[in-house]
Design a protein around this ligand. Structure first.
Ligand code: AGP
Length: 614
């Protein structure tokens, strides 16, 4: 959950590294630091707090100009976020500097050995031990890359390491196990970063690094080996979005931009997957029709918002594909004795493709011989490499920590998978699959229509800025939408918010209802009369106890009007597709309420975009 940048080339390294960090700050912003190698000396600067604090320190005391450098933005795991614990960390001689993303699980033992041997470690971090281990290895001769390989062989846990040494003045070395690291290949210059947004203004040619690999970056070239020093196979690719996509595009926050991009994101995720004949083609799943016909159970693993997408997927898969479907929190699945077999299809949903809980769940499933399918938004991330097939969402870079467009494209992806399995297995009449696919193609315009009617939602949000709690109710696919609405409010407005299945209300939660309490209710389409009428009764029950009812329902649904203090209309769509339109008002609501409270909605406190530690 940290941002890492490395550079070797002809430009002023400090400028390239700090601008790269600015694009990675969403990955963690407890502290930031840089190291530059110039005239045989290693200069470092680091500050607690956001990147702006480091920029101020560098302006006051600029390091010597050099063309080799690296930088780090931190999300603290070991040691409080302060100057002392900020990266880079150096060895006793000040000639080796290291930055790190991940957790070195055996760092205490290593630290004990180093201190026994006379090393002086000044921080609380696990990372600093690596600088001193490299120092010892370099004493034995050999270059920094060889030293790094030997040190990596001693480390346990997840790590991306980048190091520099005054003895190798044109070299930056990186190493990765589990945490992300990608190479940018330029002309006479090369880059290392946690993700491509750090260097795509300079180059869009990238190299995906694999597990347990060490990369040597010099201005003239890149060398990749495994931890034993053997040449490693790498995957080169071209990044298909430009730097402007990673900018705010005129919006005050990335989150506002990304909410507005949802119609395009939904359309892009459908692109190329629906044939002219209306049939689906999902070759990227890399599963034959026979394999799909053999599947007898689906288990979905994910975290947070992606988990909510999985909960919605369950309804779609059971209805269209006719397969039993379990949805598990990745962090729980891994420690459960789940019953898997080669005919179980495990679907891992992850926007970043780097969530450690999701990756460890996938590895757990792999050990049980299950088939693995990833749904991911980041090309070159770890998850796709760990799965048999992957269905990429095409939401574009999602910078804001709170997931919005990625969530809607995850829904599109799970709908496509469910319908594709139905098509292959013949569980639903072709005409129903065909009709649903046709409706999916119209969803971008439906989402656009919702976005055009959000001003009343913003006004409502501002009026509730002083509230301490908001509850969310839903039934069927509206229940995961209620969970997602609550999560958005928690992570953005730092408010207590809770989502419930409306049917559970009378089993306890109704005791929470008190006069004036805001309760958001997601109402199913009238076409699902039983579901619809039951939730209208729920609205009456809470209203009778004084709740302030905020109702999201199909435009023209007059039956809810008498019980809605605020009524938010959304376009009429089939029940299973309704989350695509009912989620958007909840995103706007949470974003506006948090803004009204003066919060930074792109970088909420305590959070990071990708949780790359368990
Ligand atoms: C969503 O708004 C949160 N930022 C968080 O719950 C996120 O969905 C979760 O950490 C999973 O991330 P992933 O999709 O990248 O795996």
């Amino acid at each position: 959950m940290c941002g890492i940048v490395g550079y070797v080339g002809g430009r002023p390294a400090l400028e390239v590294v700090v601008e790269g960090l600015a694009r990675l700050e969403y990955r963690g912003y407890d502290s930031a630091g840089v190291a530059v190698l110039a005239d045989g000396t290693l200069a470092t600067a680091k500050r607690a707090g956001k990147l702006v604090n480091l920029r101020d320190a560098l302006a006051e005391e600029p390091p010597p100009a050099g063309t080799i450098g690296m930088g780090h933005t931190r999300w603290a795991t070991h040691g409080p976020p302060n100057d002392r614990n900020a990266h880079p960390h150096v060895d006793c001689t000040g000639t080796v500097a290291v930055i790190h993303n991940g957790i070195i699980e055996n760092f205490s033992a290593l630290r004990g050995e180093l201190e026994e041997a006379g090393h002086k470690l000044g921080s609380d971090t696990d990372t600093e031990a690596v600088a001193h281990l490299l120092e010892d290895e370099l004493k034995g001769g050999g270059d920094l890359a060889a030293a790094m390989r030997r040190v990596c062989g001693r480390l346990e846990g997840a790590f991306t390491l980048v190091a520099m040494h005054t003895g190798d003045p044109d070299l930056v070395v990186g190493a990765r196990r589990n945490s992300p690291l990608v190479v940018g290949v330029g002309d006479g210059e090369n880059f290392l970063a946690s993700d491509v947004s750090a260097f795509i203004e300079h180059t869009r040619d990238a190299i995906e690094l694999g597990q347990d690999q060490v990369v040597e970056l010099r201005p003239g070239g890149v060398t990749v080996t495994d931890f034993e020093g053997r040449p490693a196979e790498v995957t080169e690719y071209h990044v298909d979005w430009d730097v402007s996509a990673a900018e705010k595009g005129g919006y005050d926050y990335f989150m506002l931009k990304e909410i507005a991009e949802q119609p395009r994101a939904v359309a892009d995720t459908l692109l190329g997957r629906i044939g002219a004949d209306g049939r689906l083609t999902l070759d990227e799943m890399r599963m034959s029709d026979r394999e799909l016909r053999e599947v007898d159970k689906i288990i979905i693993v994910a975290c947070g918002t992606s988990y909510h997408a999985g909960l919605i997927a369950k309804y779609a898969i059971e209805h269209w594909a006719g397969l039993p479907c379990e949805v598990e929190l990745a962090s729980e699945f891994r420690y459960r004795d789940a019953i898997l077999s080669p005919t179980t299809l495990v679907i891992a949903i992850s926007q970043s493709g780097e969530t450690m809980d999701a990756l460890m769940a996938v590895r757990h499933a792999r050990e049980q011989k299950a088939k693995l399918l990833g749904i991911c938004n980041v090309n070159g991330s770890t998850l796709p490499r760990e799965c048999d097939g992957v269905l990429y969402t095409h939401a574009g870079p999602e910078i804001a920590v709170a997931s919005t467009k990625a969530f809607l494209t995850q829904l599109v992806a799970v709908y496509l998978i469910a319908l594709y399995i139905a098509q292959v297995r013949g569980t639903k009449w072709g005409d129903e699959v065909f009709a649903m696919v046709q409706l999916l193609e119209r969803m971008p315009e439906k989402v656009e229509k919702v976005l055009e009617t959000m001003e009343p939602v913003r006004e409502l949000a501002r009026s509730l800025a002083g509230e301490r709690c908001v509850l969310f109710l839903g039934r069927h696919v509206g229940f995961p939408v209620a969970l997602e609405g609550a999560l958005k409010l928690k992570e953005l407005a730092y408010m207590h918010a809770e989502g419930f299945a409306a049917g559970e209300l009378k089993h306890g939660p109704i005791a929470l209802i008190e006069p004036g309490l805001p309760v958001v209710v997601v109402v199913p389409p009238r076409a699902r009369a039983v579901l619809h009428d039951k939730i209208v009764s729920n609205i009456q029950e809470i209203r009778a106890r004084g709740a302030r009812t905020i109702v999201i329902a199909e435009e023209g649904d007059a039956s809810v009007e008498p019980y809605a203090d605020t009524l938010i209309g959304v376009p009429a769509v089939p029940t299973l597709l309704q989350p695509l339109v009912t989620t958007v008002p909840l995103q706007v609501f949470a974003c506006e309420l948090a803004t009204a409270k003066g919060h930074d909605v792109d970088q909420p406190r305590n959070l990071a975009k990708s949780v790359t530690v368990e």
